[in-house]
Design a protein around this ligand. Structure first.
Ligand SMILES: Nc1ncnc2c1ncn2[C@@H]1O[C@H](COP(=O)(O)OP(=O)(O)OP(=O)(O)O)[C@@H](O)[C@H]1O
Ligand SMILES: [Mg+2]
Length: 416
């Protein structure tokens, strides 16, 4: 951190809203401690947070949560949601105590794939053609909605994430089967499948993600990844991410511009965004097309691959930005890569062999397994977790890709 930055954050107090389930808690806490910021934690879960007192916060009870936060006393200089489930609480608290925050409708639209598509449709943001399959539609109704689109298509739940409940479908006649399977994922996870589904045209092409920090509606891009192994379906395991993305300057600029339009259309103004696009090659030019945009930074443990000027982590950048301190988007890592290990079949996770050999591959900088042995696991579209993350850096993007692939080949995952 630069000296003038440390003066600006001295004695600052941040409310960190940590959801019960997230990969992101430890990295945000480490960032706050490294910056020397005083942290107040609000959470809906029992977290391994040491002796720190936690203000009970419930995303389904905003008034009660705000009251508890306000009553806990002490001034706050910023409110930061560590992950998606806390976005509405962060917006409500920011509004109540007069700190920079996103409008509630904007964060709600990022958490509902239909609302997001409708906002973008209203303002002409490039995205796949889509239709809504109403909750409780019978097979005939599902087929007639599907018949309005060109195939292949993707059918998805509105409220899930991590590619859970998402299937590519090549023919209209197969849509009812996919819809039934996705409804089963919803009812097993939430106890109810009463939610509309989205069906949208399948967009081919290279997938990328853009992370940026917003200050009063102005975006500073901090990381752009390409995803060279993104499958073309039927399920969409996110595996390899490489930063910086291998795009021409022109395509990169066009992609950032589409992501900025998408951000404005949603009404987001503050904090991190993570935009996902595909570069659609079908029209004789490269058209960046929005898949999705979240009002948070990149998910899982992926941020661990990145370091910015002064060895600053992405979470430190988010906290500094929330405190109104200008950030330097310059990346120090050179090329950074992540291999997210998907779960390839269902069963009980028995062993993950070859971890030392994988970690020893030149260019591999870390390996983190995120599911304890003995747990029952499921592949997509039912599964809701990744087995772990392999990190690599240095050299060209192709070097990092090769290192990650070599490490992956050395891991033997035993699921019984
Ligand atoms: N219309 C589409 N065309 C092509 N691929 C798609 C489409 N919709 C989704 N996908 C694929 O499925 C993946 C997950 O879709 P999406 O981002 O909509 O859902 P998610 O589960 O919320 O994602 P995340 O993993 O970011 O939480 C995308 O990254 C993409 O690879
Ligand atoms: Mg997504």
């Amino acid at each position: 951190m630069e000296e003038n930055q440390s003066d600006m954050i001295e004695a600052r107090r941040v409310l960190l809203l940590v959801p019960r389930v997230t990969y992101r808690a430890a990295d945000f806490l480490a960032a706050a401690s490294r910056l020397g910021i005083e942290v107040v934690i609000g959470s809906d879960g029992a977290l391994p947070l040491g002796v720190r007192p936690v203000i009970p916060v419930d995303p389904y009870d905003l008034p009660g949560s705000i009251d508890r936060i306000v009553r806990s006393g002490g001034p706050l200089d910023a409110v930061v949601a560590v992950d998606t489930p806390m976005l509405a609480v962060a917006a409500a608290v920011g509004e109540r105590i007069g700190l920079p925050h996103n409008p509630m409708e904007a964060v709600m639209a990022t958490m509902d794939k239909r609302a997001q598509r409708c906002r973008w449709a209203a303002t002409g943001v490039p995205q796949p053609a889509f239709r809504v399959i109403a909750a409780g539609s019978d097979e005939y109704a599902v087929m007639s909605v599907a018949a309005e689109l060109k195939f292949p298509c993707v059918v998805k739940a509105l409220s899930l994430s991590g590619s859970q409940g998402i299937l590519r479908v090549d023919h209209a006649t197969d849509v009812p089967v996919a819809a039934r399977r996705i409804r089963r994922v919803l009812s097993e996870g939430r106890g109810t499948d009463i939610e509309p589904l989205l069906i949208e045209e399948y967009v081919p092409g290279l997938e990328i993600s853009i992370d940026a920090l917003l200050t009063d509606g102005v975006a500073t891009v901090i990381a752009v990844f390409d995803k060279p192994e993104m499958p073309d379906g039927p399920t969409f395991e996110e595996t390899m991410l490489i930063c910086p993305a291998r795009l021409s300057d022109e395509t990169l600029a066009a992609s950032v511009s589409v992501a900025e339009r998408a951000t404005r259309a949603l009404g987001l103004r503050h904090g991190p965004i993570h935009a996902e696009l595909r570069i659609d090659p079908r029209h004789g030019d490269e058209r960046p097309t929005m898949l999705e945009l979240a009002a948070r930074s990149i998910g899982g443990l992926c941020s661990r691959a990145l370091r910015f000027a002064g060895n600053t982590s992405l979470e430190e950048m988010v906290l500094l930005n929330a405190l109104g301190v200008g950030v330097t988007p310059q990346q120090e890592t050179g090329t950074a890569g992540i291999f997210m290990l998907p779960l390839e079949r269902a069963g009980v996770l028995h062993a993950i062999e070859g971890q030392t050999e994988a970690a020893d591959v030149p260019g591999i900088t870390g390996l983190s397994i995120s599911i304890p042995l003995g747990e029952t696991v499921h592949p997509l579209p039912e599964g809701d977790r990744y087995l772990g993350f392999v990190f690599g850096s240095g050299g060209t993007p192709e070097d990092v890709e090769a290192a990650l692939r070599a490490a992956r080949l050395r891991l033997r995952v035993v699921i019984r």
